[in-house]
Write a protein that binds this ligand. Sequence first.
Ligand SMILES: C[S@@+](CC[C@H](N)C(=O)[O-])C[C@H]1O[C@@H](n2cnc3c(N)ncnc32)[C@H](O)[C@@H]1O
Length: 295
Amino acid sequence: MIPNDFYFIAQMLKERSGFSLTADQIYLLESRLGPIIRQNNLISLEDLINSLKLNDEELKEAVIEAVSINNTRFFRNKYVFRTIEEFLRSELKQNPQKKNIKILSAGCASGQEPVSIGILLKEMNLPEDIQADIYALDMSHHIIDRAKKGVYTHYEVQKGLPIRLLLKYFLHKEEAWQVRPEVMKMIHYHVHNIMNVFYENDFDIILCRNMLSYMTDEAQKKALQNLHDVLSETGVLIVGASEVLHYMDGFEKVPDKMGCYQLKNEENKPLDVSPKSAWTLIKKPLFKPAIPKKK
Ligand SMILES: C[S@@+](CC[C@H](N)C(=O)[O-])C[C@H]1O[C@@H](n2cnc3c(N)ncnc32)[C@H](O)[C@@H]1O
């Protein structure tokens, strides 16, 4: 790949999504753009760049998705956020003395996941005496510096964020959107490699999505052990629904909940996820579609 082609794509990526590629990631571009060239019946990288220069929006979108190693978006997989709400309501109902909620977003990238959780908690109108903390970690310094700013482009907020929530929880500043302080102050960002033991523990919910399946077997095993150690006894680990993980020994699947795991029940008793439990009591979707569907 010639430097001009690399900089053209890097610039497009930066403008569109705020991600920045460094020159040592040329290999990444080459390996990820190959399938796009074939799928679009193009013959070479040069051909692809020429089509991008003609403003082929669909192609631009595909390239950005493919090369964004930190790819994320607000409310990615909405059912996950409904599951978090159901789980927390169930926990608080079963344990009325509980006064703090701890959530971990592992591999949080530029912060859309922890911000979405923060918004969800605000929308839940939890009792005032409940303290909610969201720990958000990523191994990349650069991405955590970005996440800490809580500033997102038009392109980023358009992806997954209903307009009602955008207007309620963001301030429009110059060409960008700034997350309001009441959400940001719930989130504690850390540069941390999940392969190392985390200093906080007893998390009610851990999200570790779209990361573990890219790891080597050995790394995945270590990471899952670490997550196992910091999940509370009644907590839930949520991974990507389609992720195939090989080292779930200490966990068992939560029935009927995609990608959800709890610590293995010592006595092998079934977990309380019967139709009567709060897992299934909340039928009303929290997030209304931004544009009402036509009947
Ligand atoms: C594809 S993004 C996923 C973001 C978010 N979890 C989601 O699903 O939308 C994966 C993130 O995991 C981070 N990551 C990869 N390996 C990691 C590790 N060992 N420890 C911490 N973060 C890691 C990457 O830097 C990247 O930001």
